[in-house]
Design a protein around this ligand. Structure first.
Ligand code: PXP
Length: 253
């Protein structure tokens, strides 16, 4: 199976920094540790209210760290302008509501098609890979293709939060939606709420090529250090993706 990339979301490094102002902990220092821990890219969400990552973080991450930068953002003209100026490797377009604690649910691409289309086109033209953050819903998958995005990221929150009884059903939704997305030529990413304990079944989905994970890594980093926390997640993903684990997964009841 293809290498499963790990994008490490460093929003909450900035959350801790912003609790006191100043520069510590420094997001650029954290980003330099991502590759050492076995991560592949930096993910950072520049929210409209700048509650954690700031414009300065985004500029420094792009200028000072050699890893690919995946900028999460709402589909606003302000954010598109910043992306076109900073030129991250990729953007992931997410829905944003000011009052939410974190990104709750995926984009409704069907209703937002008119607003998304031209903005995606400008990002595509600039050579920035665009992914849309959507729920594992076949209707949203088709709409993502139609609106011109080459990639999508499945919101894994429902799977992660599901009680044991319905978790298998949520996983099946992810597997079906990922298969459909890959069949119509979309690159498939996933993320939100993933931990060392629950990442395995998602990492085993063959068409998923990238996971973006933040909170669990930053939380664990308090106890074991940032590089070690990334390494733990990398190991959990690799265990799940190993050929023997994939074969075992296929035979699960
Ligand atoms: N992917 C997207 C699009 C997100 O908005 C977030 C949360 O900021 C994540 C991944 C990472 O989620 P978590 O912090 O729960 O790992």
């Amino acid at each position: 199976m293809s290498h499963l990339r790990l994008g490490v979301n460093i929003d909450h490094v900035a959350t801790v920094r912003n609790a006191r102002g100043g520069r510590d902990p420094d997001t650029v220092r954290a980003a330099h540790l991502i590759a050492k821990g076995g991560g592949d890219s930096i993910t950072a969400h520049l929210r409209e209210d700048r509650r954690h990552i700031t414009d300065d973080d985004i500029r420094r991450l792009k200028a000072e760290v050699p890893l690919p930068l995946n900028m999460e953002m709402a589909a606003t003209d302000e954010m598109v302008a910043i992306a076109l100026q900073v030129r991250p490797h990729a953007v992931c377009i997410v829905p944003e509501r000011r009052a939410e604690l974190t990104t709750e649910g995926g984009l409704d691409v069907v209703s937002a098609r008119a607003a998304l289309g031209p903005r995606i086109a400008r990002l595509n033209d600039a050579g920035i890979q665009v992914a849309l953050f959507i729920d594992p819903d076949p209707v949203q998958v088709e709409a993502t293709k139609q609106v011109g995005a080459p990639a999508l990221e499945f919101h894994t929150g429902e799977y992660c939060n599901a009680p044991d009884l319905t978790r298998a059903k949520e996983l099946q939704r992810l597997e079906d939606a990922a298969a459909r997305a890959a069949a119509i030529g979309l690159e498939v990413h996933a993320g939100h709420g993933l931990t060392v304990g629950n990442v395995g079944p998602v990492a085993r989905i063959a068409s998923v090529v990238e996971l973006n994970i933040g909170h669990a890594i930053v939380a664990e980093a308090l106890f074991v250090g940032f590089e070690a926390a990334i390494r733990q997640m990398r190991a959990a993903m690799d265990r799940a993706r190993a050929p023997s684990a994939v074969t075992a997964g296929r035979h699960r009841a």
